[in-house]
Design a protein around this ligand. Structure first.
Ligand code: CA
Length: 237
């Protein structure tokens, strides 16, 4: 039980907070709670949780400010919780360094699924060699030194921009990347024309990735927000 992840739950609504902590308790997670941003930042630094579940609407601080402050010294996974009407806040939170988001009202199953994804990402971050030369996800592999990508034995014929996009998604596997984050990284700008280009390149990249087996999804679209590379479950694992 002691090696179970420690979750910091930041939520000012007592009913939601209780629902979350009850669920965590039944699933053997350890947790801490905070109902405002100041306490959240303090606990994040003093207790070093493994994951932060952060409600964006807090009484004292903007949730985004909490993310910025934690990100100034830590990469610990932050899962944002926000209301359906707050799409702009979600995007701002992801740009500030949040890893993923849950939209209220969410089911406890949904929350547990996101936590499992985050845990896998965490394990991966900890086990990954600092400078791994080859990226692998299911049948997909990227040989960074050779600047080549493969699906199984077959080399993917990618344009330079598709290749850059693929590397960006792979380097942030499991994390939702916003349109602005991606277009800034690829084109150094985040305007309407870059967004339009992104849609086109993402469509062609996806077609190439899914050409062999359309049932395997590598890239998930978050409408109005961005994209994420999913970890493809390997058979027998
Ligand atoms: Ca709230």
């Amino acid at each position: 039980m002691n090696n179970r992840p420690l979750i910091l739950v930041v939520e000012d609504d007592a009913a939601v907070r209780n629902l979350i902590t009850t669920t965590l308790r039944t699933h053997d997670y350890r947790f801490l709670t905070a109902s405002d941003g100041e306490t959240a930042v303090m606990l994040a630094s003093s207790r070093r949780p493994d994951v932060v579940l952060l409600d964006l609407g807090l009484p004292d601080t903007e949730g985004v400010e909490v993310i910025r402050r934690i990100r100034s010294w830590s990469n610990l996974p932050i899962l944002v919780i926000s209301a359906r009407s707050e799409d702009d806040d979600k995007i701002e939170a992801l740009d500030a360094g949040a890893d993923d988001y849950l939209t209220k009202p969410f089911s406890v199953e949904e929350m547990l699924a996101r936590l499992r994804v985050t845990e896998r990402r965490l394990a991966l971050m900890q086990n990954q060699e600092a400078e791994s030369a080859v990226f692998r996800n299911g049948d997909l592999s990227i040989d960074y030194a050779a600047r080549r990508a493969f699906l199984g034995e077959n080399e993917l014929r990618l344009t330079p921009i598709e290749y850059k996009l693929l590397c960006l998604l792979a380097g942030n596997i499991g994390k939702v990347l916003t349109h602005t984050f991606i277009t800034q990284k690829i084109w150094g700008a985040g305007g309407e024309s870059e967004l339009a280009s992104l849609r086109v390149f993402m469509a062609t990249l996806r077609r190439k990735l899914e050409a062999a087996d359309p049932t395997v999804r590598f890239i998930q679209t978050h409408i109005g927000i961005g994209y994420r590379m999913l970890r493809v479950e390997q058979e027998g694992v």
